[in-house]
Design a binder for this molecule. Structure first.
Ligand code: SF4
Length: 449
């Protein structure tokens, strides 16, 4: 019998359902890595599993419904289910709906979920099972990975319950992050997506303490960490960065090509009145000045953001201010959500609830304004040369992304023709056309490695 066949027969098998945002995906990867290290086999179907873990999201009501639906499906299809993740803080709601769940644990309670698996499906003891890739188990394609640099958040935005779900800011020491990044690069990762709830606050809780890295010390502070990641020779993309003054220090790294000229910066609104009600920094003029300065220093900078319309108390005048802000900021990529009252969020107590149809109308109007801005920013790229990271190789075209495109949320660059390339390869292209979200391009010499 071959070793793999033997493993399939002996190893306890775990099925896994991962819901929610990239931060939850990283938690899933950590749980799967630990289980795999202990000899569990990870299987893709309910039928093959001995036990199923559902890693839930509980951020907004739709996510709660999706999570409860996923738990219900796992119970119906399989029966032996452990629940973890953000929805885990609402254990009674889960148990009321599904009394037969084996265990419920909360967000990033890795020990809790592993103990629950041990209790209901003990690990097999065999040194063979400790075979584990050094980078751990990844749920993303081989050439990119999320790198979580901290948990939790010290802010108290009135529409958000993440701090009560995930606690205050808890940053990982810089050396630990760098070692993980180095392993990922050695395993073939060509792009690291740095994530957290509040990336610019990284290290505040550690008082920016220095940590061992290489033959020296590295401060646990975002500009220093970004510079060190930039030395790894791959793409480094920053998400969830708020416009704090320290972000100014990142722009030279982008202008020099050490990290990608890309900032994912959730701004949420353009009206200072609404921002104050959201309990967020309300200096929109200063944000616009900063954005203008960043663009002067780094003309290739791509700015992605997200906004909420229909927040309690938002009047037509506030909405107009938001549209004016959009026009002034000229952001490249923007998401727009209608306000959704999350159970437990302070904003639900605010007066002036906006009717659903008004929210929908404002969202459509917002997207109309922004799609013209996004389209004209894409059109300005026609004729330019870009470096593209290939995600997918199809018989007659390549699908990739430029520095302006994060996976899953931004656009793509489509390169027509049959090319002997693989996912994870970088190529140089010239942009030939622009659609609403995507670019078309042709390769140019030299196609870079
Ligand atoms: S910054 Fe605000 S929206 Fe983001 S996680 Fe913290 S509290 Fe929530």
């Amino acid at each position: 019998m071959r070793a793999e066949e033997e493993e399939c027969q002996i190893a306890p098998k775990v099925g896994f359902v991962s819901l929610g945002c990239p931060k939850n995906l990283v938690d899933s990867e950590r749980i799967l890595t630990q289980l795999r290290a202990e000899g569990y086999q990870i299987v893709p179907t309910y039928r093959e599993s001995d036990l199923v873990i559902v890693n839930t999201c509980g951020f907004i009501d739709e996510a709660v419904e999706e999570s409860l639906g996923a738990i219900g499906e796992a119970i119906g299809e399989h029966g032996r289910v452990v629940v973890t993740g953000c929805l885990g803080v609402r254990e009674s709601q889960i148990r009321d709906a599904y009394p037969s769940v084996l265990a419920v644990t909360g967000p990033h309670d890795y020990e809790g979920v592993i103990s629950a698996v041990h209790a209901h499906l003990p690990p097999a003891h065999d040194p063979f099972f400790s075979l584990l890739p050094p980078q751990g188990i990844k749920l993303t394609p081989r050439h990119y990975a999320y790198l979580k640099i901290s948990e939790g958040c010290n802010h108290r935005c009135s529409f958000c319950i993440i701090p009560s779900l995930r606690g205050g800011l808890a940053s990982r020491p810089a050396g630990e992050i760098m070692r993980e990044a180095q392993k990922l690069v050695a395993a073939g990762v060509r792009e690291l997506l740095v994530i957290s709830q509040d990336t610019s606050a990284y290290g505040v809780d550690l008082k920016y303490q220095r940590d061992l890295w290489g033959s020296g010390l590295l401060a646990s502070r975002l500009p220093e960490l970004a510079a060190a990641l930039g030395e790894l020779g791959i793409w480094i993309r920053l998400h969830y960065v708020y416009p704090y003054p320290s972000v100014d220090e990142l722009i030279p790294l982008m202008a020099e090509g050490r990290i990608l000229p890309y900032l994912d910066m959730p701004l949420q609104h353009g009206s200072e009145k609404i921002l104050r009600a959201m309990r967020r920094p309300a200096a929109t003029e200063r944000v616009l000045d900063r954005v203008a300065r960043w663009r002067r220093e780094c003309p290739d900078l791509t700015l992605r953001s997200s906004f909420i319309v229909g927040f309690p108390g938002e009047t037509e005048a506030d909405f107009e201010v938001l549209l004016e802000f959009l026009q002034a900021a000229q952001l490249d990529r923007v998401g727009c959500f209608t306000y959704s009252p999350v159970a437990g969020a302070a904003a639900n107590q605010l007066p002036g609830a906006v009717p659903e149809r008004v929210k929908q109308r404002r969202q459509a109007e917002f997207m109309e304004v922004q799609s013209q801005i996004s389209r004209s920013r894409l059109l300005a790229k026609v004729g330019r040369e870009l470096i593209v990271l290939i995600d997918q190789v199809e018989p007659n075209r390549l699908i990739g992304r430029s520095s302006a495109d994060a996976p899953e949320i931004d656009g793509r660059v489509i390169v027509e023709g049959a090319w002997e390339l693989d996912p994870g390869d970088f190529i140089r292209v010239r942009v030939t056309g622009a659609g609403e979200h995507d670019l078309t391009a042709i390769p140019v010499d030299p196609i870079v490695d």
